[in-house]
Write a protein that binds this ligand. Structure first.
Ligand code: NAD
Ligand code: TYD
Length: 350
């Protein structure tokens, strides 16, 4: 049986990747390594935790001794690396924790993998999951391609850019086997309600103000998280080593237009008078260094690997709203911090 290490599998995107791999590849053993920071929630994986090809390991990617021992013990054939500090606003108030996990933690994993795989790099793969934010900001036109120069503007994107550079440098310097993908903004079930869409869904449910930064004319390219997980699966199995793939939704929205659509859909679902939720919109102080526009040219992953999003934005948004409305206990556990007790109850012997 092959062993694959997925880092950050208790987080938003990671939990969808873990589920997809555990269910699609019963002959592969999936090790989910996660430190369970505020963003890690094992309730995301309740439906697969009993699977015979799944193991959860609570560990910090910054802990070089533990990481090295795990590679020795399990001889991971490949790594899909998602663990990261991921929220731009947190990176503005605490850049060092982003440097630590996103850069140091990634290099720690690279070192452990390099040591374990050094006799035959050909049979292995380190797949590093990154973001389109490393490219900086676009003006009103143009798209990020795989050749766009890195130009990060936030401590988050600077730390992700640095980690990408280390991964590529290990490829050049040591012949280390890697792939990187850079994806646009994800949305969908299980996203921590600090990011725009789940935060606003939660606030609309609770009739709380919707804080739109600046004038709301910032643009993001949104992708349904399950489509990202499917792209990761495809790239992991069919991508070329040493290559980068951009993944995006072909789906640009100005924040204010997205928020209005979300408000209208929520009014419909909650059987409120149309226009009710729009009254909650408040234009607030802008985020410092706020990138104006992200938009991905995903033609490479489309033409080389046949990937494209499976749902439209409206379909994905309705699925997302339905999930949050049907899983209000999840939302409540997360917003009250109770989700952190789940690990203690579930894994009391670990
Ligand atoms: P998330 O914040 O929801 O999850 C991150 C996970 O990593 C959590 O489970 C957390 O506990 C874990 N983690 C954090 N520090 C750790 C450490 N030191 N050791 C071990 N585990 C640790 O993030 P996400 O939105 O799921 O993003 C996952 C990856 O995808 C990140 O690398 C992010 O940069 C990238 N990405 C995210 C988006 C997006 O829109 N969310 C878009 C493109 C790329
Ligand atoms: P976010 O979900 O934090 O993702 P990112 O910063 O990685 O793109 O934010 C998406 C957009 O929404 C971004 O332009 C910032 C904006 N935003 C708000 O206007 N208000 C908010 O409360 C948040 C969290 C984000």
């Amino acid at each position: 049986m092959k062993n694959i290490l997925i880092t950050g599998g208790a987080g938003f995107i990671g939990s969808h990747v873990v589920r997809l791999f555990v269910k699609s590849y019963p002959d592969t053993h999936i090790f989910n390594l996660d430190a369970l920071t505020y963003a890690g929630n094992l309730e995301n994986l309740e439906d697969v935790e009993q699977a015979s090809n799944y193991t959860f390991i609570k560990a910090d990617i910054n802990d070089s001794k533990v990481i090295q021992k795990l590679f020795e013990a399990h001889q991971f054939q490949s790594v899909i690396h998602l663990a990261a500090e991921s929220h731009v606003d947190r990176s503005i108030s605490d850049p060092l924790s982003f440097l630590k996990t996103n850069i140091f933690g990634t290099v720690n994993l690279l070192n452990a993998a390099k040591e374990c795989w050094k006799s035959n790099f050909e049979d292995h793969l380190f797949y590093h999951i990154s973001t389109d934010e490393v490219y900086g900001t676009l003006g009103s036109s143009g798209l990020f391609t795989e050749k766009t120069a890195y130009d990060p503007n936030s401590p988050y994107s600077a730390s992700k850019a640095s980690s990408d550079h280390f991964v590529r440098a290990y490829g050049e310097t040591y012949g280390f086997p890697f792939i990187i993908s850079n994806c646009s903004n994800n949305y969908g079930p299980n996203q921590f309600p600090e990011k725009l869409i789940p935060l606003f869904i939660n606030n609309i449910i609770e009739n709380k103000p919707l804080p739109v930064y600046g004038d709301g004319n910032y643009t993001r390219d949104w992708l349904y998280v399950i489509d990202h997980a499917k792209a990761i699966d495809l790239i992991f199995h069919n991508g070329l080593k040493g290559e980068t793939y951009n993944i995006g939704g072909f789906n640009e929205w100005k924040n204010i237009d997205l928020v209005k659509l979300l408000c209208d859909l929520m009014d419909e679902k909650l059987k409120r008078i149309q226009g009710n939720s729009r009254n909650l919109i408040r234009f607030v102080k802008d985020r410092p260094g706020h990138d104006l526009r992200y938009a991905i040219d995903a033609s490479k992953v489309n033409s080389k690997l046949g990937w494209k999003p499976s749902v439209t934005f409206e379909e994905g948004l309705v699925k997302t709203i339905d999930w949050y409305l049907e899983n209000q206990h999840w939302l409540k556990n997360v917003t009250t911090g109770l989700y952190q007790d789940y690990y203690k109850k579930q894994y009391k012997n670990n």
